[in-house]
Ligand binder design. Structure first.
Ligand code: ADE
Length: 225
């Protein structure tokens, strides 16, 4: 899968995408992420990519021209399956959206700044708008990093033990069960006996029951969907 990202702050994305599992995905050739600095398509030699908004009001708006030219240049290299604008007024990201996106070949993500991007880019290029939650970040970069991470780890072969993504919270509509590691007793606090029983069927049943219980307790909305 290839993900292109348009940003005015590539530095903000470099670290999250070049460590841990995202680094491994790229090293293995399963994921390619390419950052494009929008200032390379600026309207003048000062690197201008934003301007005052029509109708007045505080805050700058990212201009059509640099974005349109950048997108069109990238479209000559690939046909994008989705052109995603990360924005607080988009549909809220969840595991089902990440699963859908993990099946795509080429995705372009646009990171906004200031007041956002000119509506005409949203109307004419963007195919999907995604928010990572009901709060406002200073720009789209951290949201793009979250999106790429949640999609990238689902690509076949990225996680060492491929089954581990299957047991993630949300993957089957439930929160994950609790996990324990050695020692079996710490300060008198014991690991549940069933996990030491060596009986995989009992362990699986226990995990499923705990998942249901925890989901009912913390996120009953997930059970009614
Ligand atoms: N840009 C700013 N805030 C955001 C959010 N919550 N989700 C996605 N993109 C954003």
């Amino acid at each position: 899968m290839k993900i292109d990202i348009i940003t005015v702050l590539p530095e903000l994305l470099e670290s999250p995408l070049n460590h841990s599992i995202m680094k491994r995905a790229q090293d293995k050739g399963l994921l390619e992420v390419q950052l494009h600095n929008l200032r390379d398509w600026a309207v003048n030699e000062y690197g201008q990519v934003d301007d005052y908004q029509y109708g007045g009001g505080a805050g700058m708006v990212m201009m059509c021209e640099p974005l349109a030219k950048c997108i069109e240049q990238l479209q000559q290299q690939h046909k994008f399956d989705e052109i995603i604008y990360v924005t607080p007024d988009g549909e809220q990201l969840n595991q089902s959206i990440s699963n859908q996106l993990s099946l795509k070949e080429n995705i372009l993500i646009i990171c906004g700044h200031y007041k956002g991007i000119d509506q005409r880019i949203r109307d004419h290029f963007v195919t999907r708008e995604i928010s990572i939650g009901d709060y406002v970040l200073s720009g789209g970069e951290l949201a793009a990093a979250v999106l790429v991470d949640s999609v990238g780890r689902l690509l076949p072969g990225v996680l060492n033990d491929e089954t581990s993504a299957l047991f993630d919270s949300f993957q089957d509509g439930l929160l994950a069960p609790p996990v324990y590691t050695r020692p079996a007793e710490f300060r008198g606090w014991k690991v549940p006996d069933v996990l030491l029983s060596g009986n995989p069927k009992l362990v699986e049943e226990w995990r499923y029951e705990r998942s249901l219980e925890i989901t009912l307790q913390k996120r009953p909305d997930l059970l009614s969907e």
